[in-house]
Design a protein around this ligand. Structure first.
Ligand SMILES: NC(=O)C1=CN([C@@H]2O[C@H](COP(=O)(O)OP(=O)(O)OC[C@H]3O[C@@H](n4cnc5c(N)ncnc54)[C@H](OP(=O)(O)O)[C@@H]3O)[C@@H](O)[C@H]2O)[C@@H](O)CC1
Ligand SMILES: [K+]
Length: 538
């Protein structure tokens, strides 16, 4: 796993490194060297380096100097004369570089900039880094859209200029990078909000060789899960096994209005490896589900007048649920009074429980002002997994109008978890970047493609999660990792389905049929990561 940092922790880390004997000036020299080596790998004959007023620009000036010494033609664009750059560190390296052979262009017009950009094979974006806030001001608000019109390969230093490195918000314009070389450790904004749209490939610039010794001295916003970390949760089928010992799932879901959600979740749970999957659905839609899923037993539960779970549902569902390795509750269920009773009833049982979609909306409605104010409602010994997308999460903590980025979503999930205080509780915060948040750790598994943002995709993920939990029975050391495995499978179904149908045309039911292939892809990646397979998968 690799740490992701909040910006204030990056600053603390730089201070710690300085106390250990490596100055910020030295770090900037290393940052420039690494930036130059990333550019050189593209074999350019001409490079344009765009610099700003701060130390991000300093990285660019150092890189420009090194590239020029390798007989690459380098143009450096600066908003002011190098001697007028306000940051002392950046001014020093800018003056040094300007005194050599690079071509320095101060304050070019848009047309002049476009002409330089058209001639360049690679553009280095060293305009704004972690010191940026708000929306880019002129001249950067002119430079950035101009660069985005060009076809040259763009490498951003530390963070694409225009992206808030903490929140991932782009207010006006932002460099669209092909590659981002982020210094020391990835910043949370690269994964949050608009970040994933702008960063391109993320590469970490290892500026400090003793980072392992100091990285533990700062708080980590999250850790990126690498495929090899998942190996304990990738299991084949043993030889002697029956359908029950493979793991059983009860899907408590559906309503007359949304029977499809129950179908997708149940089928996904079975495809994820559970040997026995059953559905408990309101009798208003039970027959539809039976016809769609011949391999799945469907328990018809008394409905209310709208075709949702009725008043008698709680006791019947809870009696059934006790017999399963995992219970998934929520998809397409609505928030009727009967549904709320089902959710509170299931929470009282001693069975691993996944609450998704309307089950979470039921909790929000019961609590009114944030579920973390009444943790007794969800505190339990048995595992509890909640799978809200960012908006459902904001409702759970009573902040309905808040728009969450990755950082604020993690904060909200931690509020709920710390109030509940159980190692067996995990919140999977679904968004452009999905975070798996537990009491002890926050993990970021592989994100899927944009094609996963389609109706029903969450039902499929809930099915994969419950199927995965059932197959693992209760033998889980690190719940956050087990769930990261399930989230990774979902991501890979998105890649596989997009390759088959095209990114725009994927629908949620397609994803289900790629679960088997996705499990194989995750396993291959894990084995490659651990060196047990070569890059061809041999
Ligand atoms: N520290 C270290 O050890 C190391 C740091 N490193 C590098 O330093 C970078 C951080 O450098 P930094 O702190 O100087 O900030 P940076 O992003 O260059 O920008 C600051 C300038 O931008 C300006 N500005 C702000 N908002 C703006 C807007 N909306 N529109 C226009 N301008 C705006 C702001 O002006 P102000 O708002 O203060 O008036 C100020 O002049 C970091 O990302 C990494 O690349 C590496 O070398 C490794 C070692
Ligand atoms: K930048």
């Amino acid at each position: 796993m690799k740490p992701i940092l909040n910006i204030e922790e990056v600053t603390r880390l730089e201070d710690i490194i300085e106390r250990e004997g490596t100055s910020k000036a030295e770090l900037m020299e290393h940052a420039g060297e690494l930036l130059a080596s990333v550019v050189e790998a593209e074999h350019p004959s001409r490079v344009l380096v765009l610099t700003g007023f701060g130390n991000n620009g300093g990285d660019g000036w150092v890189a420009a100097d090194i590239l020029q010494q390798k007989d690459i033609h380098v143009d450096v664009v600066s908003p002011v004369d190098p001697s007028e750059i306000p940051s002392a560190l950046a001014r020093h390296v800018a003056r040094r570089t300007a005194g050599r052979d690079v071509n320095v262009v101060v304050g070019p017009s848009r047309d002049e900039l476009m002409e330089l950009g058209e001639q360049a094979d690679v553009i280095v974006d060293a305009i704004l880094g972690t010191g940026f806030h708000g929306a880019p001001r002129p001249p950067f608000s002119i430079w950035i859209p101009a660069v985005n019109e060009l076809s040259s390969f763009v490498v951003s230093a530390d963070v694409p200029s225009g992206l808030n490195a903490q929140t991932g918000v782009v207010e006006d314009c932002c460099i669209r990078a092909d590659k981002t070389l982020t210094m020391l450790a990835p910043k949370i904004g690269l994964y949050s909000g608009d970040g994933p749209e702008y960063v391109g490939d993320i590469q970490v610039g290892e500026l400090y060789d003793k980072l392992d010794e100091v990285i533990g001295d700062v708080d980590h916003a999250a850790e990126i899960v690498q495929a090899g970390d998942l190996i304990d949760y990738i299991t084949g089928l043993p030889a002697s096994i029956d359908k029950y010992s493979r793991g059983s799932v009860l899907v408590v879901a559906g309503s007359a209005s949304y029977p499809g959600a129950a179908m997708m979740a149940a089928k996904a749970a079975a495809r994820a490896g559970a040997g026995y999957v059953a559905v408990a659905a309101p009798d208003a839609c039970a027959n539809l589900i039976r016809m769609a899923l011949p391999s799945v037993p469907v328990h018809a539960i008394p409905s209310d007048s709208r075709g949702a779970f009725g008043a008698a549902a709680r006791s019947i569902v809870c009696e059934l649920a006790k017999k399963y390795d995992c219970v998934l509750c929520g998809p397409g269920m609505t928030t009727s009074a009967g549904c709320m009773q089902v959710v509170t009833g299931l929470l009282e049982l001693d069975v691993p429980l996944v609450l998704d979609a309307d089950a979470l909306n039921c909790l929000s409605r019961i609590a009114i002002d944030g579920i973390e104010k009444t943790p007794d409602m969800y505190r339990r010994e048995a595992p509890l997994i909640m799978t809200p997308h960012y908006r459902e999460l904001s409702r759970l903590v009573g902040e309905e109008d808040e728009v969450y980025d990755l950082g604020t979503a993690i904060d909200a999930a931690q509020k709920i978890l710390w109030a509940g205080g159980s190692d067996n509780m995990v919140i999977v915060c679904k968004g452009p970047t999905t975070a798996v948040v537990g009491v002890e750790r926050v993990l970021i598994p592989t994100s899927g493609p944009a094609s996963l943002a389609t109706a029903g995709s969450g039902d499929v993920l809930a099915g994969i999660i419950s199927g995965t939990i059932a197959t693992l029975h209760a033998e889980v050391d690190v719940w956050e990792l087990a769930l990261s495995y399930a989230v990774s499978i979902h991501s890979y179904t998105g890649f596989a389905a997009a390759a088959e149908y095209g990114e725009k045309s994927v629908i949620a039911t397609d994803l289900i049929d790629y679960i088997g292939e996705a499990m194989q892809l995750v396993e291959n990646e894990a084995l490659k990561d651990l060196g047990a397979l070569d890059s061809e998968g041999e």
